[in-house]
Design a protein around this ligand. Structure first.
Ligand SMILES: Cc1ncc(COP(=O)(O)O)c(C=O)c1O
Length: 410
């Protein structure tokens, strides 16, 4: 009988998967180009590498403008500030996401309001958004999660009708297309992260894309200490901004990374389709739905589900431990933010809110679909498919072995 690796059997996978991030001579040359230019910093802002990258990245996503910034947390905050959102305003966010999505409204003094996700693909539910709208609502931040794109048709329609700003949090989705048009260009703003594990990286970094010139101007000013133009005289500071500029080294690295994004996304699309097919045949395992309007599939994480009852009542932690022992770097993903009271302890609220203000509501019973998703979902990092079909087959074989022998899990 097959023995699980956690019980002393041979693991399905004993060699590592493709390591991430990836680089070659293109990155090396780009870094040396900046090094020898002696023009290393973020100003004049935007500097030349940042300008070239911002334009190329925006064009790749069918947007007109791209403003680079320090990371994908501040890019969300910048989008909110550029849209004039702040104290007293409410911003609708999904609960199953990285903390930055809900933290960004808090940083600008606005209140995040959680709306549940859809069971079929774990993205923000447009009906839950409608139900969460109040007279204070000013914006929606939707998250293209894992490898699922939100229903951008419904969300853009709702935001247009209700006069709300739509910010797409695309931290997981570089290069994805919805009905042939780049993610991030459907809403008023698209926000991306270039942190180390993301689909493109400079170690850290972020970008906001937009099609609106007035927003681009504000974003450029906000990242450059509130200066009016590219200048650096103090007299040009017109409002309170931040130094959120990126360095020329980062921008040059990102220009190199952008060159191979599409080829890597093609491999991801094939790998994810192979996972869909292989995993959906395993009893007790199911995959998320892929919307047919997702015309260029990619994603930072491949997420699938297990049914504890079908797997001898095993918990997520037990299934994860069994998969990890088989050599698969699966992990638990996010816990719903609406249930994480510790994120905003009362004694720190005064930093962002006055006590009379409407404050974020943490709700243990709210967003049941997100709670269920966090219990049943298993997350795989994107690089696991970059090695090609044989690597993907190992993942499928390991999940099958664990599911078929769930009774053996310690
Ligand atoms: C959905 C989402 N939004 C925002 C961020 C924040 O990006 P950064 O780490 O660059 O600040 C992340 C990072 O993991 C993310 O996953």
């Amino acid at each position: 009988m097959t023995k699980l690796a956690m019980r002393g059997g041979a693991p399905v996978r004993s060699k590592p998967f493709t390591s991430w991030p990836m680089h070659d001579e293109t990155e090396r040359k780009a870094l040396l180009r900046v090094l020898s230019s002696n023009n290393w910093g973020g100003y004049p802002s935007p500097n030349s590498e940042a300008t070239a990258f911002g334009q190329a990245f925006a064009a790749q996503h069918d947007a007109e403008f791209g403003v680079c910034a320090a990371n994908g947390t501040v890019t969300l905050q910048l989008a909110l500030r550029a849209a004039g959102i702040g104290r007293g305003d409410e911003v609708i966010v999904p609960p199953l996401t990285f903390v930055a999505t809900a933290a960004a409204p808090i940083y600008v003094g606005a209140t995040p309001v959680f709306a549940d996700i859809r069971p079929q693909d774990y993205t923000l539910n447009p009906e839950a958004v409608e139900a969460a709208i109040t007279p204070r609502t000013r914006a929606v931040i939707c998250v293209h999660l894992g490898a699922s794109i939100c229903d951008l048709d419904r969300l853009t329609e709702t935001c247009r009708k209700r006069d709300l700003i739509l910010i797409e949090d695309c931290a997981h989705m570089h290069g994805a297309k919805w009905r042939g048009r780049g993610v991030g260009s459907w809403g008023d703003f698209g926000s991306f992260s270039f942190q180390t594990t993301k689909l493109m990286t400079a170690g850290e970094g972020g970008i906001v894309i937009t099609n609106q010139a007035r927003f681009e101007k504000r974003l450029q000013s906000l990242i450059n200490c509130g200066r009016r133009e590219m200048l650096y005289e103090d007299a040009d500071i017109e409002w309170l901004g931040h130094n959120f500029r990126i360095t020329e080294f980062q921008a040059a690295l990102l220009r190199a990374q952008l060159l191979r994004l599409q080829a890597q996304n093609d491999i991801r699309a094939k790998g994810y389709a192979q996972l869909d097919e292989g995993l959906s045949e395993i009893p007790g395992i199911s995959v998320l739905e892929v919307d047919e309007r997702n015309t260029c599939r990619t994603g930072y994480q491949y997420i699938f589900r297990f049914d504890s009852a079908a797997l001898d009542g095993r918990t997520k932690q037990q299934v994860l431990a069994a998969l990890n022992a088989e050599g698969i770097p699966a992990d638990e993903g996010y816990a719903p933010l609406n249930r994480r009271h510790e994120l905003l302890p009362e004694d720190s609220l005064h930093q962002w809110y006055d006590t009379t203000q409407h404050q974020p509501k943490f709700d243990d019973a709210g967003c049941p679909v997100a709670a269920q998703a966090s219990q049943e979902s298993i997350w795989l990092p994107h690089e696991i498919v970059l090695g090609g079909p044989e690597d993907v087959q190992d993942v499928i074989a390991a999940v099958k072995k664990v599911a078929n022998n769930a009774g053996e899990i310690a």
